[in-house]
Design a protein around this ligand. Structure first.
Ligand SMILES: Cc1cc2nc3c(=O)[nH]c(=O)nc-3n(C[C@H](O)[C@H](O)[C@H](O)COP(=O)(O)OP(=O)(O)OC[C@H]3O[C@@H](n4cnc5c(N)ncnc54)[C@H](O)[C@@H]3O)c2cc1C
Length: 504
């Protein structure tokens, strides 16, 4: 039996953030991770393809808590990021395309080629989206988040659809679709569904590079965030164990006192923090008999059916887009590359999944980190990461090998309509469909945020940081403010443990 002040179950970036903050406060802390790798969905893989570093799951960063970066001095532990600029590139089949970034004048010229009236509308949309994102960011560290305390107009925008937010300001179809995509990422909804306005705002909540809503690539891939957090934690005495799957929590009287791992080791502590998905924590590790009615009810209704797959490709040359030809590096190769010509396309992609099991033509969001950080691939080679919806976890008939292969083929074929050289330059591929995300990262239902980020599952209606049993805390994305690589759930849990003075 091993005894600590605090145990953290799971080494996702939130678990590591919580561990580091508790270590910083002088607690003896151990982290128990089920897989052989640290970082959960914030990970870089170096051993898959020689010479490549793949951000297997998450790939871009915006929401990482600036307070945490400073408090743990993550830069001295290797964290650094590059702003993504241009921000988005949406090619069309008729040869036109839309490239947007940090430069207002260049944005105006791009948009005016479609509709001069939308130049002002785009500015108005950006102002509204960043104001919503800012209002959200201000609440991210709240220990008692209250949805009702938001401004009525903010609440209305969050409860509305991404399409209505966008359509209020602009009318160019490709611009509408490009902007609405942020409201759909990871979410099993179409752009006209209520609540996708919140998801859109969530993607504008970050303050990377001191700019509201800016996104960036992390030097060395997303795993560099987890490695920096691990290094900061270890510098504060935290011990981390991999291949240490917790199979159950130890309950004595009215409190949780420890955890047992798969190989029978027993760890005891005054505070146990779970970074695992809430369904894992409550249904499989604790047992529902220990829950109060409110938590049991939240658990029973929790929506965590992931609609996305991730396809990572090693490319022998850059994509040659019909709309911006050439395989020499150009600005659009650094941007998020969207396949989303209009809102109807996005809605159809969603509706197909509900009625047919998957999209006939999926929404694609693609990233290439290698043009910005060439160290991630051998000279001249590139990584193209494709995030595709909708390929839901619970498709009728399940995910057979044939369906997996067909899904990858469909995604590549769709992208090839815009950049025909892609199929011929794919040198290796890694496909992660929703059940793979569950198996590999412990994301129940393959949901990238540990459950939908929709009204009904946000603010006080997400799981509480304090479990209904004493001694147990949740420190992962199932708590406020939810998924994405932010560190806020870990920070809030550490603050709760310290405020409760569990060691006193
Ligand atoms: C494909 C994909 C793309 C994404 N893209 C982005 C992006 O570009 N930007 C962004 O900000 N976010 C993105 N996200 C979302 C983001 O990665 C997650 O919301 C975030 O990483 C979750 O962090 P976490 O620390 O809360 O939990 P996780 O990273 O899920 O970590 C939980 C950890 O707990 C461990 N665990 C579970 N059960 C046990 C157990 N019984 N015993 C021990 N350990 C256990 C797991 O193995 C895992 O390591 C993406 C996610 C995915 C999957």
């Amino acid at each position: 039996m091993e005894t600590y002040d605090a145990l953290v179950i799971g080494s996702g970036h939130n678990g590591l953030a919580a561990a580091a903050l508790l270590g910083d406060a002088g607690l003896r802390v151990a982290v128990l991770e089920r897989s052989e790798r640290i970082g959960g969905a914030t990970v870089s893989e170096r051993d898959r393809w020689p010479g490549y570093t793949i951000s297997a799951a998450s790939y871009v960063c915006s929401l990482l808590d600036p307070w945490l970066i400073e408090r743990l001095d993550l830069r001295s532990h290797g964290y650094d990021a590059y702003r993504k600029d241009p921000a988005s590139f949406t090619p069309l089949l008729d040869g036109r395309s839309l490239l947007l970034g940090a430069d207002d004048t260049a944005n105006g010229e791009e948009i005016a080629r479609f509709d001069p009236a939308d130049v002002a509308g785009f500015g108005a949309f950006e102002r509204e989206a960043t104001a919503l994102g800012s209002a959200l960011f201000e609440r991210f560290a709240d220990m008692e988040p209250r949805f009702a305390e938001l401004e009525p107009s903010t609440r209305a925008a969050f409860e509305g659809s991404a399409a209505s937010l966008v359509e209020r300001h602009v009318r160019t179809p490709v611009l509408q679709a490009t902007l609405a995509t942020d409201g759909l990422i990871g979410t099993y909804c179409g752009p006209f569904d209520a609540g996708t306005g919140y998801v859109l705002a969530h993607h504008y909540a970050g303050r990377a590079f001191g700019v509201q809503g800016a996104w960036g690539f992390v030097r060395g891939g997303m795993g560099a965030i987890s490695q920096a957090l691990l290094s900061a934690a270890q510098a504060r005495g935290v011990q981390a164990f991999t291949d240490a799957a917790v199979t159950r929590l130890l309950v004595e009287g009215d409190r949780v006192v420890g955890a047992v791992t798969e190989d029978g080791r027993e760890f005891r502590a005054r505070a146990i923090l779970s970074n695992a998905h809430p369904v894992t924590t409550y249904r499989h590790l604790l047992g529902e008999a220990h829950l109060d009615d409110a938590t049991a009810c939240t658990l029973a209704q929790w929506q965590s059916i992931g609609p996305a797959l991730k396809l990572n490709l090693a490319l022998g040359e850059l994509p040659n887009f019909l709309a911006r030809p050439g395989t020499r590096l150009q600005p659009h190769h650094r941007a998020t590359i969207h396949v989303a010509p209009d809102l109807a396309f996005l809605q159809r992609a969603h509706d197909d999944a509900r009625s047919l099991g998957e999209s006939r033509e999926p929404m694609l969001e693609c990233f290439m980190q290698t043009p910005t950080d060439p160290s991630l691939a051998p000279p001249g080679k590139h990584i193209l990461s494709i995030f595709a919806q909708y390929f839901p976890y619970d498709r009728p008939g399940g995910w057979t090998e044939a369906r997996r292969a067909a899904a990858a083929e469909k995604v590549i074929a769709l992208l090839a309509r815009y950049a025909p050289n892609i199929p011929n330059v794919v040198e290796a591929q890694q496909l992660l469909v929703a059940p793979d995300l569950e198996e590999r990262f412990g994301l129940v239902g393959g949901h990238i945020f540990h459950g939908e980020l929709l009204p009904g599952q946000i603010f006080e209606r997400r799981f509480g940081v304090r479990a209904p049993v004493r001694g147990l805390y949740l420190c992962g994305s199932g708590t406020h403010p939810g998924g994405c690589v932010s560190g806020f759930p870990g920070r809030r849990a550490a603050q709760a443990v310290l405020a409760d003075r569990v060691l006193a």
